[in-house]
Design a protein. Structure first.
Length: 577
């Protein structure tokens, strides 16, 4: 298979307005892919060279791509720049200036290995090397391929294929229907590597997929918590539970493999560089291999004060991490051990896994077990919740003592309880920006007015609209949104978006914002939870509380299922005194 073959499918998928069509087209591409090719193809169609959790990037900025296009086409950089100003998309510039003919196009394996060479080059002379290798690849490609290659390099592939869509397409390609999606998804929850799954599926079939195991070095998709309206509902539903503080920090999954320690974020990115203290502390633990799950947070043991998410997260900026480590050291409250010395512990009941933590952490002052109490009384649970809130924590997470760790699941094994404000939604939701309307009045100076926002439908791997947001941001916030939105504009509604409204500008679903609203109401304007001709759900009085983008991928946004549950709970809360 050539890069041009894949590019032709990318073109077709880009032009697709329906998600079913997207699955079918991708399945068709897969049926033409050999076992040797399927792994690189799977990464490339998502604009990657390796799985998301491997920190391998091409490291090509716009300037370098422009220089490469100039070199490949033999045109002056100024001309490339001028065309870029007119066309607004370097992919289109590369397409227009391409001199290659399809007959010469490299194989997918060849293109992938040349791109890996670009990613691997670092240090002195690397800019030159990247430019030369990229230019020679561009030179060998036809116009359409050049367009997609450039977009891949800049992380601007237009498709936005969600993981479930890829898994469903694999199922369709092999079986003609979506029936294998659940077992593929289960393997994905254990390994987080779509390329590995595709390759195993192609070479060893369903048996191979079932045999893919949790292992150190590959993040496990995190278990997540459900919501219930109050402590009474928790005890009624779960009976005896363990209760832990809900720390408002950053979820960390720590993998130790001998002296090699890696820390993965909630959305499966390698954040080892940011968590130097955790890496150092994990290295000192005596077990050879470990996977730990916990929450990292700035904590001052003397004043017993916790530092809130925003401040902890400011470290993401990567520079100044050492200073930050000195002035605001991070600790991690470890609440789970998932793997130890080659053994997968996830099937064990939580009580047994938790009991190992003391021994595993061996008195480390940086990695400490999250404290826990047990109760079967709603009164006691209420008291613990209030105690934790008064200490500046978000609330509590309640867990079933007998539950296995279910990778990637949001179910009642874990329930989060936060501060409640009677009559209002007691929790924020995470929404994906899908479009915007040109503003009126003051906001025209920022270039946009109300934002169209949506939730994620995990079952169908699509984004449904739920509200328009016009408030909650400072002027600087609106400006920032505008800048980010600018890069995400697309001409038509993306295939994975389901909407009855047409905003002035559509956006590629990427930016996640945290939103507080007064209420969820049924209505006819939005598609969230809409089945057939029935109503959908909408948010009343939404306002943006914060940007969650670095922490969450669009697929990590609040789901339709959660909205439906929150709507039902809201009803229950209202009738209670
Ligand atoms: P939120 O925005 O409320 O943090 P979320 O969508 O990030 O929610 P949830 O599943 O709703 O994730 O809530 C669980 C999150 O709470 C975990 O991802 C973790 O980051 C955090 N957390 C804090 N303390 C704990 C704890 N003791 N046990 C489990 N998770 C905890």
């Amino acid at each position: 298979m050539t890069f041009a073959d894949v590019a032709a499918y990318l073109d077709r998928m880009e032009g697709t307005r329906s998600r079913n069509e997207l699955v079918k087209t991708l399945a068709e591409l897969y049926t033409r892919t050999s076992p040797d090719e399927i792994q690189p193809v799977t990464y490339l169609i998502q604009g990657r060279l390796v799985p998301f959790f491997e920190p391998v990037e091409m490291g090509m900025g716009e300037k370098l791509v422009m220089a490469s296009i100039a070199q490949a086409s033999g045109r002056p950089v100024a001309e490339v720049n001028e065309l870029f100003n007119t066309l607004g998309d370097l992919g289109l510039v590369a397409e227009k200036l391409s001199t290659g003919s399809p007959a010469k196009t490299p194989s997918i394996a060849d293109a992938h290995s040349r791109l890996m060479e670009i990613a691997a080059s670092a240090g002195p002379g690397s800019v030159e090397k990247k430019r030369t290798v990229f230019a020679s690849l561009l030179h060998d490609l036809d116009a359409r391929s050049a367009k997609h290659l450039v977009r891949m390099a800049l992380g601007r592939l237009r498709l936005g294929l969600g993981d479930p869509t890829v898994l469903e397409a694999l199922s369709f390609a092999k079986k003609g229907d979506r029936s294998l999606r659940p077992s593929l998804e289960a393997a994905y929850n254990r390994t987080s590597d779509l390329g590995l799954i595709a390759k195993t599926f192609w070479t060893e079939g369903e048996k191979g997929i079932a045999a893919l195991k949790i292992t150190v070095g590959r993040p496990i998709r995190p278990q997540l918590a459900e919501r219930l309206p109050n402590p009474e509902a928790v005890i009624n539903k779960l009976g005896a539970v363990v209760v832990q503080p809900k720390y408002d920090g950053i979820r960390v999954q720590i993998h130790k493999n001998g002296a090699n320690v890696r820390v993965f974020s909630r959305n499966l990115e390698d954040f080892s560089l940011m968590f130097v203290e955790l890496v150092a502390a994990a290295k000192k633990l005596k077990d050879r291999t470990l996977i730990l799950d916990g929450e990292a947070i700035g904590y001052n043991p003397e004043s017993e004060e916790y530092v809130m998410f925003q401040q902890t997260a400011s470290r993401r900026r990567q520079h100044g991490i050492e200073e930050a480590a000195a002035s605001l050291p991070l600790v991690a409250f470890v609440f789970d051990v998932l793997y130890r010395n080659g053994k997968d512990l996830t099937p064990l009941p939580y009580g047994e896994r938790y009991a190992l933590l003391g021994e595993v952490l061996g008195g480390s002052t940086v990695l400490t077990p999250a404290p826990l109490t047990t109760t079967s009384s709603a009164e006691e649970l209420t008291k613990t919740l209030l105690d934790n809130i008064s200490k500046g924590l978000e609330g509590v997470v309640v867990k079933r003592m007998d539950s296995p760790y279910q990778a990637g699941a949001r179910n009642f094994n874990w329930v989060k309880l936060k501060r409640t404000t009677s009559g209002q939604l007691n929790d924020t939701v995470d929404l994906v920006l899908l479009g915007y309307y040109f503003g009126k009045g003051k906001r025209t100076s920022f270039g946009l007015g109300a934002l169209l926002a949506g939730v994620y439908d995990a079952e169908h791997d699509r984004f449904d609209t739920i509200t328009k947001i016009g408030t909650g941001l400072s002027d600087a916030g609106w400006r920032e949104i505008h800048q980010r939105a600018d890069k995400l504009q697309v001409k038509e509604k993306p295939a994975r978006v389901r909407s009855l409204l047409t905003p002035d500008v559509w956006l590629k679903p990427e930016v996640v914002v945290e939103v507080l609203a007064d209420e969820i109401t049924p209505g006819t304007n939005h598609t969230a939870g809409k089945v057939g001709d029935g109503p959908g759900y909408a948010l009343r009085f939404p306002r943006i509380v914060s940007f969650r983008a670095a922490d969450k991928r669009p697929e990590d946004a609040t789901t339709v299922k959660e909205i439906v549950e929150m709507f039902q709970q809201q009803g229950r809360r209202k009738v209670s005194p």
